[in-house]
Design a protein around this ligand. Structure first.
Ligand code: PFF
Ligand code: NA
Length: 452
């Protein structure tokens, strides 16, 4: 069964893809990983991967979606048949579905923290609070499995309802407001941080590149983050590409997504690190970084309760437009393959991800240190999911690059890219050789170093 539905408006794909890309990855994950991995060195590897590897693979992934006009798994099956290539390429679809399921499980828990802070801001609970009070409040949140589970449940239900009822349309229109507003508020926080915090230290931290600061696992995290932040290598973009109008330019669209996404991450990073260094907080404190620094700024800035409330609502909007893109490809597959109704398919995916999410919940409290997980894997379940994400997404991207680079013919690519021979040649060189070499290089060096 093929999807005949094409988004009629040329800009709709771009909006949906930016909605998928911009999310907790930019605001929460980028600053926390950069903070743990030497700042500038992390940013350097991250940015190099985005531009030399991410953009070419983004083009490839949209191309596979638009060319097959099917959900990722069925689309890869269709493409391997029409190209008489090995069915093992279907693993691109499978791997993507598994990644989506793993990512949604922890994404929803973290988005739940934003629900908590939306509430805290709007009720003025943190007005005037100092750094210690805010840090203690965050620790109390993490210490409560019940509260974390409640928020996780609310977020995943909201995401599931949007996809299950097929009402992304509303979200996409909302994104026209949410995205610019989020960017403006980030600039306000950056301005506040520059005046009241330590902008020079933040800029020094993020833009001084000392590669020796980066551990080998840091390399893997930087590369994984560049795929994560672009929603790349797991079928989300392919699923949206299936609906993309034939006229829109692949290259320009891919560059726009990468530039917007990177700008949001860098502004968020500068704002957060200005506050971190200004308040003498620890840049490497881990996943809580955004949730202890931004509420602190809002607690102290004039009108902060309102600005902070609006900010966290926008964060939730950005998170939900990303989480629906995690559900979409898996749900579309279940519908196409098992003839489930859309609500049934979404329900199955969401319930399974919700249950897996409980492992992330307990990673911050009951199983924070000594647990079965630590004895088996040497890390918490949340850390293991983060590690798997950093491996699976680039791996998916690697396979997409190889398939688009080697299996698709010149005329098929040209039909989608409609570009000149020079850019075609450059793109094909990037997906055939550069992207696979870069991903393999980081894997071969870093994975043996990952300690169990
Ligand atoms: N790109 C999203 C973010 O940066 O928050 C996360 C994400 C969404 C990853 C969708 C993967 C995906 F398929
Ligand atoms: Na992102």
């Amino acid at each position: 069964m093929s999807t005949h539905n094409v988004w009629t408006h040329k800009g709709t794909f771009l909006l949906a893809a930016v909605g998928s890309a911009v999310g907790l990855g930019n605001l929460w994950r980028f600053p926390y990983l950069a903070g743990e991995n030497g700042g500038g060195a992390f940013l350097l590897i991250y940015a190099l991967t985005i531009f030399a590897v991410g953009i070419p693979i983004l083009i490839a992934e949209i191309m596979l979606g638009r060319n097959s006009r099917r959900s990722p798994i069925m689309g890869m099956r269709f493409l391997t048949r029409t190209h008489h290539t090995s069915r093992s390429w279907e693993s691109i679809g499978w791997l993507g579905a598994v990644s989506a399921f793993l990512i949604l499980s922890f994404y929803s828990v973290i988005a739940g923290w934003a629900i908590h802070y939306t509430w805290q801001m709007l009720t003025g609970a943190l007005a005037g609070a100092d750094a210690e009070t805010i840090a203690a409040g965050f620790d109390a949140l993490l210490a409560s499995p019940a509260l974390l589970t409640l928020y996780h449940t609310l977020f995943i239900i909201a995401s599931g309802l949007i996809v299950g009822l097929g009402i992304h349309g509303g979200i996409e229109r909302g994104l026209r407001v949410i995205m610019p507003a989020l960017f403006v508020i980030l600039l306000v926080v950056l301005g506040y941080g520059a005046v009241n915090g330590d902008f020079a230290a933040a800029a020094g931290f993020l833009f001084t590149f000392n590669i020796a600061d980066l551990s080998l696992e840091g390399w893997l995290e930087a590369m994984g983050q560049s795929f994560f932040t672009l929603s790349l290598g797991m079928g989300a973009i392919m699923a949206y590409g299936a609906y993309m109008s034939g006229e829109a330019s692949l290259t320009r669209t891919a560059i726009a997504i990468a530039v917007v996404d990177t700008a949001v991450a860098v502004v968020a990073g500068l704002a957060i690190f200005s506050l971190v260094f200004g308040a003498g907080l620890d840049a490497g404190q881990g996943p809580g970084l955004m949730f202890v620094t931004l509420p602190l700024a809002f607690a102290e800035m004039p009108g902060g309760a309102l600005i902070g409330g609006v900010f966290f609502v926008l964060v939730l909007g950005a998170a939900i437009s990303s989480s629906i893109s995690l559900i979409e490809p898996v749900a579309a597959y279940l519908v196409e393959r098992f003839d489930l109704t859309r609500p049934q398919a979404v329900f199955a995916m969401v319930v399974a991800s919700w249950a897996l999410g409980l492992l992330t919940v307990v990673s911050f409290n009951l199983w924070a240190e000594a647990s079965v997980f630590h004895s088996l894997f040497g890390r918490s379940a949340f850390d293991l999911l983060e590690l798997l994400t950093n491996i699976f997404m680039p791996l998916g991207g690697l396979l997409i690059a190889l398939f688009a680079g080697w299996a698709l013919t010149h005329s098929e690519v040209m039909k989608e890219m409609r570009t000149n021979e020079a850019w075609f040649g450059a793109w094909r060189f990037l997906v055939r050789f550069v992207a696979p070499a870069a991903v393999s290089f980081v894997f071969l060096r870093a994975i043996p170093q990952v300690e169990g």
